[in-house]
Ligand binder design. Sequence first.
Ligand SMILES: *[C@@H]1O[C@H](CO)[C@@H](O)[C@H](O)[C@H]1NC(C)=O
Length: 172
Amino acid sequence: MHIRSVFILLALLFVLQAADADAYCWRRQRRRLVRINPPTLLDPVPFGYSQIVVDTRNAVAHVAGQNAINQTGSLVGETFAEQLEQTLRNVELALEAVEADINDILKSILITVDLDPSTAEDILAASLMNAGGPAPPGIVFSSDSLLEPGVLVEIQVDVAVPESFVRRLVCS
Ligand SMILES: *[C@@H]1O[C@H](CO)[C@@H](O)[C@H](O)[C@H]1NC(C)=O
């Protein structure tokens, strides 16, 4: 009698867990792409874009190109080096919002205005964004100008995010 009720309880737990997994998969199908605009970054909604979109099926986040414009909309820094610092800070804030860090970067694109040899070292440092190890695949190139006046550098990254983060994202 006692053993039978333990068995029934275990069976019930198993069914509940399976149902939970089904619900998870069902939500996952329905919400493949989840957009995130972290409060630590500039609100992009008035400008018609999203800061981050998470591909929940692949556990990858695509982060909008970051520049030296901070959360309150000010362009921080006049030189390339100053702007690079704020840009990297914004990239880090975006990564924090998806529970990733620089070691999780899959690919990066760095665009600079009027590439000159004296800034090449800074560019190299920025492209080696995974803290000392080999850099992820990426490209660095120069452009005549970027979208925002005065912006000298922009960095776009794609990053692997933890499965636990994706699960909370689709189930919340
Ligand atoms: C953004 O930059 C401006 C100008 O440097 C500064 O006054 C402001 O406090 C910064 N905002 C944040 C959230 O750091």
